[in-house]
Design a binder for this molecule. Sequence first.
Ligand code: G3I
Length: 354
Amino acid sequence: MKPLIKGALIAMLPLVLSCASCKSKSVSHPAKSLSSAYSTYFDIGAAVTAGEWGFDSLTHYPASLLAEFSSLTAENCMKPDALQKTKGSFTWSFGQRLVDYAKENNKRLRGHTLVWHNQTPDWMAKNASSKEEARENMKVHIETILKKWDEKDIYCWDVVNEAINDGAAEVYRNDSPWFKVYGGPEFIRDAFIFARSANPKVKLLYNDYNVVNQPKRNHIVTMIKELKLIEDGLIDGVGIQAHWNLDWPSISTIDQTIKTFAAMGLTVHITELDIKTKENQQGLLEKRYREIFEVFRANADHIESVTFWGVADDHTWLTDFTKYVNFPFLFDVEGKPKSSYFIVRDFAQNHEGK
Ligand code: G3I
């Protein structure tokens, strides 16, 4: 080989080697947004409001910020008490705004949630005079919603939310009004049956928090098997809420949890990601998001969607829920990208492999 060519090839070697660590899935130039950086991995989503209770994400945040996300989830306006506060009277306006906005902006919309023990009007389950009445209430609720919005409007639903017990002893959350009026967990199976028969083209998921805790994870596996949700073709995936901390859960636990449901043939959605963080802990947050998105990318074949439970630090449920104000997201209180944003978006440039 001519010395000149040989020399040139040797000089190029570091470039070739460094690019070798940029796996085929990553972009070769700085991506313009989170969703474009992850377009070959999974949707990047955010929970949003549509003006119910006075906060409207769609006008509060600039279009350029909302363009970072390829998926949306209604934070509150599609929950049972928001859609059907009084029996037979549905409030569609806020949800319809999200459906229209998602279509106009080429985003996918996740439905949250059809059956829950919280934010559910008492008439639906708690004050129902019998299991049969509660069952009929659930059937009408689910069928009406899936008739109003089809799979082109909302491609998947968190059909049942948080029905599993946190502790090791009991499998099911028995303080749920649905569990009480049914006298057991059959309401979960009914919810999936009603949703599946209302529209077989919509993806159906079970959604919960602390799914990474082994006892709860095992309970969810037990529930899915006991109620024959996979066997009878009723469920498509599991939503892992991911309300996590700077040092919990471990990366290996996250990896194991994703793989547990993937091994059952279920798709995984990370549905409500936020990291409890104080304003002066943003360096720790950077490190945390780096390792979390590394394990998400490593499991991209099993993960369909990763949704933050908010857009920016100025609006997070954590402020009410924890004892200190929280700064959990990739965008600050003014909607500007934080250092964590660039860590998550520019992984390819940082030669972080897959
Ligand atoms: O209905 C009242 C309204 O009348 C009042 O004017 C307004 C004043 O702000 O508050 C309205 O209700 C609040 C609602 O959010 C809307 O802001 C409720 O008091 C408040 O409890 C409710 O919190 C929501 C919470 O679910 C309820 O459990 C949060 O926004 C929402 O982020 C949070 O989301 C849940 C997921 O759905 C399931 N996973 C856990 C996650 C965090 O709790």
